[in-house]
Design a protein around this ligand. Structure first.
Ligand SMILES: Nc1ncnc2c1ncn2[C@@H]1O[C@H](COP(=O)(O)OP(=O)(O)O)[C@@H](O)[C@H]1O
Ligand SMILES: [Mg+2]
Length: 276
């Protein structure tokens, strides 16, 4: 049997000196090619979960495996980090050199990738995030959104199978956020497994699956439309719903047959047009 891409088996984690469990008996399987969102209020355990995927944190009990390799085994950490790239909230903490293409090349160089191959990977990665024209520019000239795209390019140059974004859009303006989501969708369409931790509920409408974290536990694991229609869950976990979902609900209360699948304004508009 092919092992699941990512598997959490009864994972519990507590930060040093803390009595509270940041992860509490988490069981989770993520298949190759998924586009998964992780949501939950502040402190619910999202970042702790993300950091377990590439062994930045190790379970206090239970086990995390990536491609069947346990993060508990030190020898597995390098291959796991080659498989899983993580991008965090603040690009400034993730960019290490001053020139953009050098920054994107930094990871592969450290992994001993041959120079010609590095050139190709850097060009491909910058193309993917739409920053090829900026290759020779200085990092400090970039906007926050552009820096975040460079951080992603740096990860892509390592050719990971899995990209974990931990609130990587949080510091961007709405335009920067939607551009980045489009980039992620494109990467996903090309086979990358994407795990996106986010506070913005409108970002999860494109995902196949949403994991809701609450007090270190998985409170729900379902498709976006199921999450949005579970009022008790939304209330319990203090989650918002996107404006469009609210609009669809209002339309339904007026008797219009808008489906549960309409999670975006374009989809609602389409359904309304069909009713005319
Ligand atoms: N470095 C740390 N030291 C001690 N406690 C931490 C640390 N990082 C997070 N925590 C605690 O662990 C819990 C989960 O945090 P985190 O995974 O960062 O949540 P989220 O990413 O959902 O905001 C919270 O109670 C938080 O206060
Ligand atoms: Mg966090």
């Amino acid at each position: 049997m092919v092992p699941a891409l990512i598997q959490f088996d009864h994972v519990t984690y507590r930060y040093e000196d803390s009595v509270k469990k940041a992860l509490d008996d988490v069981c989770l399987t993520i298949a190759d090619g998924s586009f998964v969102a992780v949501v939950g209020h502040n402190g619910s355990g999202k970042s702790t979960l993300a950091k377990h995927i590439n062994g930045l944190l190790l379970p206090e009990s239970g086990e995390v495996t990536v491609n069947g390799l346990s993060t508990a085994n030190e020898e597995n950490i390098l291959p796991i980090r080659q498989t899983v790239g993580i991008v965090f909230q603040n690009p400034d903490n993730q960019i290490v050199t001053t020139i953009i293409e050098e920054d994107v090349a930094f990871g592969p160089e450290n992994m001993g990738v041959p120079p010609q191959e590095i050139r190709k990977r850097v060009d491909d990665a910058l193309d993917t995030v739409g920053m090829r024209d900026y290759a020779e520019r200085a990092v400090h000239q970039l906007s926050g959104g552009q820096k975040q795209r460079i951080a992603i390019a740096g990860m892509l140059a390592l050719r990971p199978n899995i990209l974990v974004m931990d609130e990587a859009t949080a510091m961007l303006d709405p335009r920067g956020r939607s551009d980045l989501i489009e980039t992620l969708k494109k990467l996903h369409a090309h086979g990358l497994t994407v795990i996106m931790v986010t506070q913005y509920m409108e970002e999860i409408t494109d995902c196949d699956r949403v994991i809701v974290m609450h007090h270190g536990k998985i409170a729900a694991d379902d498709q976006p439309e199921a999450i949005f229609s579970d009022q008790d869950l939304l209330k319990e976990c203090s989650l918002d719903v996107p404006e469009a979902v609210r609009l669809a609900e209002t339309l339904r209360t007026t008797g219009l047959p808008i489906s549960d699948h309409a999670l975006k304004t374009e989809q609602i508009a389409e359904e309304l047009c069909r009713l005319l």
